[in-house]
Write a protein that binds this ligand. Structure first.
Ligand code: ARG
Length: 457
């Protein structure tokens, strides 16, 4: 007989049991479920709804259930439906009657909402730690290899010369914004629904704030109906995970491109690559490709979570049980992807010469010539045109900018002076970009210091 069996004469069909159980996925939050029950029992005892002996029996019994779940001695069957009923059933088997008092002033609706929030809080902490580790590895990389000249790309076409450190930092800043989003979402996750009951509260003199405090929540969800119905905090965590995965995926895509023979900028370490079962020479960037692919999976979770809630009247509806199948997967996938990206960067070999070779024989300094004239007071639009015609002049001769001489420059514009050719030097072109956020090394060093204080590594 199930815990709600009083008004039923039969039970659900076997197929219904299999269709409706959430136990298989709830087990991921068994620890949180038991934590919630321990705090609830303590509060019930403190307000006089349980005797000290009952409170102790319940807490000891719950500790045993937890141990049995960990050891595998208790393997709940799916006819117990979900983790809440499984824990309570086993507890009552162990301690008898006091077990039946634990459910005073709560319902599975506030229980499940509490468990999910506790689970999310733990994962948010883990994810933030992983992001700090990733940013730390990226900053180390900026310091070790960042002073490598490379083309900065737009449209995947070579654009302007930059230091590699500038490029890596652009990603690091995106990940630091992911951390901000996480910290912000945590504020809304960190509220206790426990004690909301089914939706309407309870006539018993409970102390919801005390339960919240015992569980380490920053506060309570104020409205009991909202407490059991709200899932926007889950959508928010999935949403920020999807954004984070997009940021990771862009970086992964670059690693895929950079590790091709055509680019050959980096070599991924063996621990993140795989071979081919048919082509013996292959070394494939699977870890990066999988990060890219998993981004799609996490994007899907956002749609799933939004659409499973959008037509639900308040308060609890069973549809909500579907949430954790996608949310758990999305969050775990995101954590694993951040960790894998850290591993890729930790073991990466930067082929400094190859980056710099990619600058040769092209017109990456065309902007420099325009900036030279603009610095002399020529309107940038005109200067841009002059520089463009110099590119055309070189191309017509099958040459590049190394063919330019002072007379040729002056033929194109009278403002070109002796020092113009100095502007056609890669490193000084990069080092001139000292504006805030520019690619000059001084700016890179400033940002590295700034990011290190933010992540404290
Ligand atoms: N297994 C349910 C879930 O995960 C727990 C809440 C059940 N509530 C109910 N009214 N049937 O959402």
């Amino acid at each position: 007989m199930s815990l709600w069996g009083g008004r039923f004469s039969g039970g659900p069909a076997e197929e219904m049991l299999r269709f409706s159980e959430s136990l298989s996925v709830d087990l991921e939050m068994a620890v949180e479920d038991i934590q919630g029950s321990v705090a609830h029992a303590t509060m019930l005892e403190e307000v006089g709804l349980l005797t000290a002996a009952e409170g102790t029996a319940i807490r000891d019994g719950l500790a045993q259930v937890a141990a049995e779940l960990v050891s595998g001695d208790f393997q709940p069957s799916i006819d117990l439906e979900d983790i809440h009923m499984a824990v309570e059933t086993r507890l009552t088997e162990i301690i008898g009657e006091p077990g039946g008092k634990l459910h005073t002033a709560r319902s599975r609706n506030d229980q499940v909402a509490t468990d999910m929030r506790l689970w999310l809080k733990g994962r948010i902490r883990l994810l933030d730690g992983e992001l700090c580790r990733l940013i730390g590895v990226l900053l180390d990389r900026v310091e070790s290899d960042g002073r490598t000249l490379m083309p900065g790309f737009t449209h995947l076409q070579r654009g302007q010369p930059i230091w590699l450190g500038h490029h890596i930092l652009a990603h690091a800043w995106a990940f630091s914004r992911d951390r901000e989003r996480l910290a912000d979402a945590l504020k809304r996750v960190d509220r206790s629904p426990l004690g909301a009951g089914a939706m309407a509260g309870t006539p018993h003199p409970i102390d919801r704030r005390r339960t919240a405090e015992l569980l380490g929540f920053a506060g309570i969800v104020e409205n009991a109906m909202d407490a059991v119905a709200a899932r926007d905090h889950q959508q928010e965590v999935a949403g920020l995970s999807a954004i984070l995965m997009t940021n990771l995926s862009r970086m992964a895509e670059e690693l895929v491109i950079w590790s091709t023979k055509e680019f050959d900028f980096v070599r991924l370490s063996e621990d993140v690559t795989t071979g081919s079962s048919i082509m013996p020479q292959k070394r494939n960037p699977d870890a990066a490709e999988l990060v890219r692919g998993k981004a799609g999976r996490v994007h899907g979770a956002v749609t799933a979570l939004l659409s499973m809630v959008k037509n639900l009247p308040l308060a609890y509806n069973r549809d909500l049980q579907e949430d954790r199948f996608v949310l758990f997967d999305a969050v775990e996938t995101t954590i694993a992807s951040v960790s894998m990206t850290t591993r890729m960067w930790a073991g990466l070999t930067v082929k400094r010469d190859r980056y710099t070779e990619a600058l040769k024989g092209d017109f990456l300094l065309a902007t420099e010539l325009a900036d030279y004239l603009a610095a002399k007071g020529v309107p940038f639009r005109d200067a841009h045109h002059v520089s463009g015609s110099l590119v055309k002049w070189c191309e017509a001769r099958g040459e590049n900018f190394s063919a330019l001489t002072l007379p040729v420059l002056q033929e194109h514009h009278a403002e070109f002076g002796e020092d113009a050719l100095d502007w056609l030097e890669l490193e000084s072109a990069v080092e001139r970009r000292t504006s805030l956020g520019g690619t000059a090394w001084s700016e890179i060093a400033r940002q590295v210091a700034l990011l290190r204080t933010v992540i404290q590594v």
